[in-house]
Design a binder for this molecule. Sequence first.
Ligand code: UD1
Length: 362
Amino acid sequence: MKLMTVTGARPNFMKAAPLYWAAEQAGVDLQLIHTGQHYDPGMSQVFFDELDLPKPHRHLEVGSGTHAQVTSRCLERLETVFMEERPDWVLVVGDVNSTVAGALAAVKLGIPTAHIEAGLRSFDRQMPEEINRIVTDAVSDVLFVTEPSGVTNLVNEGRSKEIIHLVGNVMIDTMFRYLHLARARKMQKQLDLPQKYAVLTLHRPSNVDREKDLDELISHLAWAQERLPIVFPIHPRTRAVLNQHNRVGNLEKLPNFYITGPMGYLDFLSLMLDSRVVLTDSGGIQEETTALGIPCITLRDNTERPITCEQGGNKLAGARGTKLADALNPILMGKAPKTDRPELWDGRAAERIIQILLQSRS
Ligand code: UD1
């Protein structure tokens, strides 16, 4: 059996890695395709180096552009690869532009296609990822789901229960495998950070693209850093937008605000592990903090990962940070909410996926 996994952007690599390891263990040939949606070494190569991944079988070098440009370049180049290679299955992960392109290219060639991390819905169609999720789930042949809400959403959209499998979370597989190496990085010491600090990540257009909203968010972050120092590894897109609005200086002036470049997987995990709280607009980080029992404050109005809130540790504070103080105050008072690790987030999701694909043959 020959499997191909499409990757392209930073959050794909840690989701594809456990599929590769599980396939290898089961003696199945799995080839990685890198579309090249992310190309900066710090957004791409560092993950291949750290996650024991081989060089991608094919690199398609699509680069950046508008959504249509990136998606269509991926679509065209992936179709060529699939026609040449004729895999038995194409696996697509997550919700980025490379994901939707991979699913569309494969199903139109009649190649069985599986979506990993299916069924998540924010019900906010202004998010490009929501459109990618809906389209990918509508066309894929098998849907692997991380949390019960995903099953409900897919059934509500008319997908058959037989093709939906609740298997757990491949991103958490990777995290558990590398926890010990991440701990050894001791980023708090390396960056000379205070004992108590918060980590911040921001990259979504809804948080950073509109100047007025961005200023409101910055004012809430300015309040927060007076109470708990904040470390901000900045995404290149966010840096570009902040520069364009001349806001990097405003942040750098804040006395307890530390800006760094984007970090590799192990360094970032190390930074999270020693933090008091993570402030983020990322989907994956909401899940990682939930699995680790670290409080998370999500700077968005909604989440497609409701289990992270239901388990207790994740609070929504709004894209402009209007509820940041409400969410942060209990943590500052040492009353951080408790969180439970969701069922099946046990480090074995990829093994289950490979087993189900193998059984589908017999
Ligand atoms: C993409 C995903 C998003 C994911 C995020 C993680 C889509 C629709 N969005 O968003 O779901 O959470 O990745 O990072 O697929 N850039 C660089 N270097 C790079 C890559 C990008 O500087 O290696 C800059 C470029 O200016 C580019 C911009 O970032 O135009 C946006 O990149 P893009 O891949 O379109 O989206 P992300 O914001 O990274």
